[in-house]
Ligand binder design. Structure first.
Ligand code: NDP
Length: 471
């Protein structure tokens, strides 16, 4: 018999996905640019080796597959994906399906999907979240491309996906680059969620002078409450860990310079393209960029001094927990708002509640709150999450803690950029009259851009300052 699916790229993610697919009972043919990797992979597959067909040329890979074929690419995003499509396409028949399962820029996926459609070939771009562990035992999968193509492989993708109480975390998001767009925003939210947790850690470490072991206990306690999530759970674990080399708390020996592979930045860029306000996510991206400027920050500390420690009564751990609850709601509301604007602009009809559901298991941002967000978005997919009664109520309860945290942090010089940005977005969102009237007056003064009046009359009206502007 021939294999059900093919896979190109046996790196960290590809190897884990191939084993997952084989384990769920599907025969899979695999190919890797470096053939020795394929041989080693097959040799190390144990009992699953029977379901894996190692191949050393793309021709062999194609010949090993049951038509109509489906081949998944798990290679680095960018040029390698285009190279593999160009190498495979001449070997394939018209209705053979190529699936890019890497972290593609959705613009690339849109371009590749268009080219495939024009040539009469099916093409899918799917976002796979959960790292190596997720890929091996159950990732969250966000699919995009023609629905019939998705339906052809959905039984395999749902079989390998994470399971949330009987519901597989694999969902078709829409045409073209919809799946990769949703994956990108997932990562943008992940940046903000991580940054806000790191800010709470900073308030405990630098504000309240707590050692990592005590901070670990706080995170562990929070993980039993409304903040229950994978990111809080691992924050507790890493805070409790000890460096085997020095015996010091592990966190204390890790340099404060954070890496990134760019998906958070893409979220911020796409949000700006769409004029979608996502300041908490932008602040989290900026915080990683600031973290990279270690030498400059050391100069800053020398000139301006470190943040002042807080008196123990200045900020309670409960207030900090409330700050994180509010911050989390606000950053998800921003992320879902971006998704809603993209859905409209790109004509995707994204399943907003379905997105919240697919993120409940398998992926890095999985959390208890996502189940409630799914329920809230089910009612009214296009509504701002903070206007859903359940989340309005949570915010009313948690906002005093967020305000106290941001205010105390600002007084002491503790940096809380994502929490503060989330709050700024919220306080603008609840302003029936902002100060953009002054912006409009300024724009009209220096550039004769015109404005609308509160008492009507349409756009293009001017103030009594003709001739004073810079032109
Ligand atoms: P790895 O670096 O572990 O593996 C890369 C694989 O791609 C290798 O098999 C490599 O083959 C192959 N490859 C590299 N360049 C080319 C090329 N030009 N042509 C053909 N094959 C090539 O990457 P990952 O498995 O970590 O990542 C793969 C994709 O998954 C990326 O898009 C990544 O962003 C995404 N992803 C990664 C996650 C993670 O946690 N690591 C999580 C979610 C998505 P060779 O052995 O010959 O070098």
């Amino acid at each position: 018999g021939k294999a059900d699916i093919g896979l190109v790229g046996l790196g960290t993610m590809g190897a884990a996905l191939a084993l997952n697919i084989a384990e769920k009972g599907h025969d899979i043919a695999v190919w890797n640019r470096t053939p020795s990797v394929t041989r080693d992979f097959h040799a190390g597959a144990g009992a699953l080796a029977d379901r894996i067909v190692p191949t050393e040329t793309l021709e062999e890979l194609v010949a090993a597959l049951q038509p109509p074929r489906a081949i998944m690419l798990m290679v680095p995003a960018g040029a390698p994906v285009d190279q593999q499509i160009a190498a495979l396409r001449p070997l394939l028949e018209a209705d053979d399906l190529i699936i890019d399962a890497g972290n593609a820029d959705f613009h690339d996926t849109e371009r590749r999907a268009r080219a495939a459609a024009e040539a009469g070939h099916p093409y899918l771009g799917i976002g796979v979240s959960g790292g190596e562990e997720g890929a091996r035992h159950g990732p969250a999968i966000m699919g995009g491309g023609p629905r019939p193509a998705w339906d052809r492989v959905a039984h395999i993708l749902t079989a390998i996906a994470a399971d949330y109480q009987g519901t597989p975390c694999a969902t078709w998001m829409g045409e073209g680059g919809a799946g990769h767009f949703v994956k990108t925003v997932h990562n943008g939210i992940e940046y903000a969620d991580m940054q806000m947790i790191a800010e709470a850690y900073g308030a405990m470490r630098d504000g309240l002078g707590m050692p990592p072991a005590a901070i670990a206990e706080v995170f562990a306690r929070w993980n039993d409450g409304p903040l229950q999530s994978y990111l809080i759970e691992i924050s507790a674990t890493v805070s409790a860990a000890t460096d085997p080399a020095t015996g010091q708390p592990m966190l204390d020996v890790i340099l404060d310079r954070a890496g990134q592979k760019g998906t958070g930045r893409w979220t911020a860029i796409e949000a700006q393209h769409l004029a979608a306000p996502v300041p908490a996510i932008e602040a989290a991206v900026a915080a990683r960029n600031l973290s990279a400027r270690l030498a400059e920050r050391q100069v800053g500390a020398g000139i301006f001094g470190a943040p002042q420690p807080l008196a123990p009564e200045a900020l309670g751990i409960d207030q900090l927990e409330q700050a994180l609850i509010a911050g989390k709601v606000l950053c998800y509301a921003q992320g879902f708002g971006l998704l809603a604007m993209a859905s409209e602009a790109y004509g995707w009809d994204l399943p907003m509640a379905g997105i919240a559901r697919v993120w409940r298991a398998g992926c890095i941002i999985r959390s208890a709150m996502l189940n409630d967000m799914a329920a809230a978005l089910e009612d009214a997919p296009a509504r701002n999450l903070i206007f859903a009664p359940d989340f309005s109520a949570r915010l009313q309860t948690a906002l005093p803690g967020l305000r106290a945290t941001v205010a105390t942090g600002a007084s002491a010089g503790l940096p809380l950029p994502a929490l503060a940005a989330g709050l700024g977005w919220f306080d603008t969102m609840r302003s029936a009259r902002t100060t953009a009237n002054l912006i409009q007056a300024q724009r009209d003064f220096f550039g004769a851009h015109g404005f609308e009046r509160v008492d009507g009359g349409g756009s293009g009206q001017h103030g009594p300052w003709a001739g004073h502007g810079m032109g």
